[in-house]
Design a protein around this ligand. Sequence first.
Ligand code: NAI
Length: 480
Amino acid sequence: MVKICCIGAGYVGGPTMAVIALKCPEIEVAVVDISVSRINAWNSDALPIYEPGLDDVVKQCRGKNLFFSTDVEKHVSEANIVFVSVNTPTKTQGLGAGKAADLTYWESAARMIADVSKSDKIVVEKSTVPVKTAEAIEKILTHNSKGINFQILSNPEFLAEGTAIEDLFQPDRVLIGGRETPEGQKAIEALRDVYAHWVPVDRIICTNLWSAELSKLAANAFLAQRISSVNAMSALCEATGADVSQVSHAVGKDTRIGPKFLNASVGFGGSCFQKDILNLVYICECNGLPEVANYWKQVIKVNDYQKTRFVNRIVSSMFNTVSGKKIAILGFAFKKDTGDTRETPAIDVCKGLLGDKARLSIYDPQVNEEQIQRDLSMKKFDWDHPLHLQPMSPSSIKQVSVVWDAYAATKDAHGICILTEWDEFKTLDYQKIYDNMRKPAFVFDGRNIADVAKLREIGFIVYSIGKPLDPWLKDMPAVA
Ligand code: NAI
């Protein structure tokens, strides 16, 4: 029987392994983690992450051929294939701080694999890693191998949070990179056989190791670049009276460009885009390619600009101060259908408003108070470490209250910021909300989901990203 072990029971390790277990009933899959609370949650009815369809998949296989455990060494030593899906945060100190990937967790996982292994293994990079990481891992494993043969594969994950299960069931492609030696090719085939249980073979792309590693960074950079491109246009639309939705519709009709990922917003977030681009920038710099590095750096700069611009719009339209004013924040997750708040633009927007002394009342259907308080007081990049190594729960910021209802959040507020595109925000009773707010009442729609005409009819002053400006806002420019 083939045994798979995955080190790291996070947003990637949990769902990917659950789907492998479901689709390959004859394979035993163990997902292991050093975080006891995370493993306990995976073994409970309240899974540690919210992802549509995940509960159902886990329920079908858990206890049959899918196991969650903290006994890392036992499961690694028994496995034929070991996936490594641990955190790869941005370094905060030392060489490459603020850009390079911190491979501490990866390295300790690799050393542990070498220590406990008694039989040959295929080690699969599932985490997103810098190009040439496989070489470093190979060195660690072979120098500590006691004669055991390790084959390293790169199998980056392309799932998107919020649609992870759908993406895993029907991936656009599965990418497997390996050494171009007979042993390397044999390892690729073994992993291809796993995916071939449900993925058509023409969607399984096999490459060399470095192409696979770089393709993941490149894919995320291209995706983020589209968002920054449309967001850059949104600023120009506001200045000229063009409508960004009309522009992106017209642009996206070109089949060479395509319509996806062209929605203007308050900015991209999530655990990967910024981290992976910073990593790409660092690799370019290390390879003596400053022009290429600067090109990609700009994608992040535009994203930061978009968040600052949004905050400035709010403050300038409210007579240049939000001090002491209650602002309702609708949505905190980095996108809808996930409870994930890592690098969510809501953090920077809230911090910007708090910097101007606003009082915030926050509501998100999937994010709890502890998480929000933690996010608003944590230092940049600290979030991307295993839970038990993160700073302890901080004392809460007293200007921030977290409520479990959009109506409570907006009561007596001067303004509303929509920061996540949750469907329920489209169908709120905005008349009722307006009646309970201070006047003039503002809506700042960071996701372009509100029915602007209807809101204006009710009496709101509305700002939608990249849309023709409300006359009120025209006289109050948002330039810092
Ligand atoms: P995560 O933070 O949710 O999960 C990582 C887990 O690894 C944590 O539970 C942590 O406790 C555990 N861990 C760390 N070191 C360990 C060790 N030595 N032994 C056992 N467990 C250990 O992270 P997530 O989101 O699952 O990401 C993992 C990797 O996948 C990252 O490199 C990320 O860039 C990449 N990725 C993430 C995607 C996403 O949508 N979240 C999509 C594609 C790739």
